[in-house]
Design a protein around this ligand. Structure first.
Ligand code: AHR
Length: 532
């Protein structure tokens, strides 16, 4: 009887937040850590239509391109100042043999992409094309080498091929393939998901493998590698512990992968679709997105014990939402639409990385184009920018700015009963999950010109949220803003209607003395700029 009554009360009250004012204090004089621009990085794999069709259309394509790479995509990514690009995988990385992707394109070997749809990979996009793409984007390459099915020699030679400027077999081969000057490549991954698709290794075995491979990842010709060890699957804290214990001395970064998936299975009445979902599904995803904070806190705590000076960066090189593929598309291509819900997830995740920037040195959303939580979708010559793209557009102001600590007392959103009664869902830690979440997520930074930028996300589907912010000693005179929202949380951009979810000017933030008051509409992301 008691249980029944509780369920009724919860059903009536679910997803309601007590709409008191949210409180926030900005500590503009306490900035200590820089938000590395590399937190705003991207990941692009040989998977589905990400590389082929997404970037690469070939030199003979009617789609405007520069040496085979789409011009519209390059422009869109330059506009969000993409700071780095991880390639060639993902799971594909541990099956990729780089020598198959160099030399005359018509003579390159073909292979089967066994992980992703079993399609033929003709290797027409290889090392030279990727590094040309990075130069066109003005971004830093992050290459992930093959540990699972590759050799130490193969990885060592790849680095020599790319970065050595002297006389050597690999440098000469590069020259024979048309590139005289070496490239600079800083970020180097030593395998991917080696607990799974990268070889199904134990943490202990991989740590030993890492030491061996990393020994031969040399710094040639003034190029200094930032070597990133393959890290944990989400909540696997033992992996981080073992890697730090056995291999910390030879790494500059340690990776972590976490995907935000729906909490409710179809059997529990949930939808795993990207644009067809109800309130319970929405809050299940948002609750799982908030768990990034717990993950970063706990993995960082382990790293702190071995590396109190925070020399080693935590590299979240795969994050984003993962739903069912769009109906009628190849299940191995992981093509999903992107709604305002994904923009909210992106806002929460990037706010969380900003707040943990003392340890998080890089992050890469999975994946840039046509795969999982993309910022760009393409259909032949057409291209659209997703709601997630607009979050990256607004939040680029935090790149290399000083993170400002901000205390937030947020209203709480009570979650729907079916969520409270379930665990967090597959891949989400499997624990009994939280009953309530914060209505607002916030981060702030000060850029080199002294401007303060604040990103606020209102996760509440049904209520506007008022935020009272104490600016302390920061005597801002002017506030301007941008907002991303839409009529429905399921709204998304299509090739016929590419601007349904788009950024608009925002004027509901007012300064009075040292107080800033903000009216956040429901389901919105707001970017503010405060100037003296
Ligand atoms: O991003 C898709 C896949 O997810 C990657 O290839 C793999 O690393 C992860 O499991």
């Amino acid at each position: 009887m008691k249980v029944k009554l509780l369920t009724i009360v919860m059903a009536v009250g679910f997803a309601l937040s007590l709409n008191a004012q949210n409180k926030m204090s900005l500590n503009a004089d306490q900035g200590q850590y820089q938000i590395s621009k590399h937190i705003y990085g991207h990941f692009s794999e040989h998977l589905g239509r990400c590389i082929y069709e997404g970037y690469w259309v070939g030199e003979d394509s009617p789609i405007p391109n520069t040496r085979g790479i789409r011009n519209d995509v390059v422009k869109a990514l330059r506009d969000i100042k993409i700071p780095n690009l991880r390639w060639p995988g993902g799971c594909f990385a541990d099956e990729y043999h780089w020598m198959d992707g160099i030399g005359p394109r018509d003579q390159r070997k073909k292979m089967v992409n066994t992980h992703w749809g079993g399609v033929v990979e003709d290797n027409s996009f290889g090392t030279h094309e990727f590094l040309d793409l990075c130069e066109q984007l003005g971004t830093e390459p992050y290459i992930c080498g093959n540990v699972g099915s590759g050799t130490v020699q193969e990885m060592a030679q790849w680095i020599e091929y790319i970065t050595f400027d002297g006389e050597s077999p690999m440098a000469n081969l590069r020259r024979a393939n048309g590139r005289e000057e070496p490239w600079k490549v800083t970020f180097w991954g030593v395998g991917n998901e080696n607990w799974g698709c990268g070889g199904n290794m134990t943490a202990e075995f991989y740590a030993d493998q890492y030491q061996q491979f990393a020994t031969y990842c040399r710094n040639f010709s003034g190029n200094r590698l930032y070597r990133i060890a393959g890290g944990a699957n989400s909540f696997d804290y033992n992996w981080t512990e073992v890697l730090m214990q056995k291999a910390a001395n030879r790494m500059q970064g340690l990776s972590l992968h976490y995907y935000t998936r729906p909490a409710l299975s179809e059997a529990q009445g949930g939808s795993r679709a990207a644009t067809v979902f109800d309130e319970a599904d929405y809050y299940g995803v948002i609750r799982n997105a908030y768990r990034m904070d717990e993950l970063l806190t706990r993995h960082s705590t382990i790293m702190d014990r071995y590396d109190p000076d925070k020399r080693i960066g935590l590299v979240v090189d795969e994050w984003g939402t993962w739903y069912s593929v769009e109906p009628g598309t190849n299940p191995g291509f992981l093509y999903q639409q992107n709604s305002l819900r994904d923009a909210i997830v992106a806002g929460i995740s990037l706010n969380t990385f900003n707040k943990h920037c003392d340890r998080v040195s890089m992050a890469q959303i999975a994946q840039t184009i046509n795969v999982l939580q993309s910022v760009i979708l393409t259909d032949k010559e057409k291209m659209l920018l997703t709601p997630t793209y607009w979050v990256f557009h607004m939040m680029q102001v935090h790149q290399d700015a000083t993170m400002l600590p901000i205390q937030v007392i947020s209203n709480k959103i009570q979650l729907p009963p079916q969520l409270v009664q379930t665990t967090a869902g597959r891949g989400q830690g499997g624990q009994q999950a939280a009953r309530e979440i914060d209505a607002i997520s916030v981060s702030a930074s000060r850029d080199q010109s002294g401007k303060v930028h604040v990103t606020l996300v209102n996760c509440d589907l049904n209520n506007a949220q008022t935020v009272d912010c104490d600016l302390g000693s920061f005597m801002a005179k002017k506030v301007t803003g941008k907002i991303l929202t839409s009529a429905k949380i399921q709204d998304h951009n299509t090739f016929d209607n590419p601007n349904t979810v788009n950024v608009k000017d925002f004027s509901d933030a007012k300064i009075s003395g040292s107080k800033l008051t903000i009216q956040l509409p429901s389901k919105s992301i707001v970017q503010l700029e405060l100037t003296l």
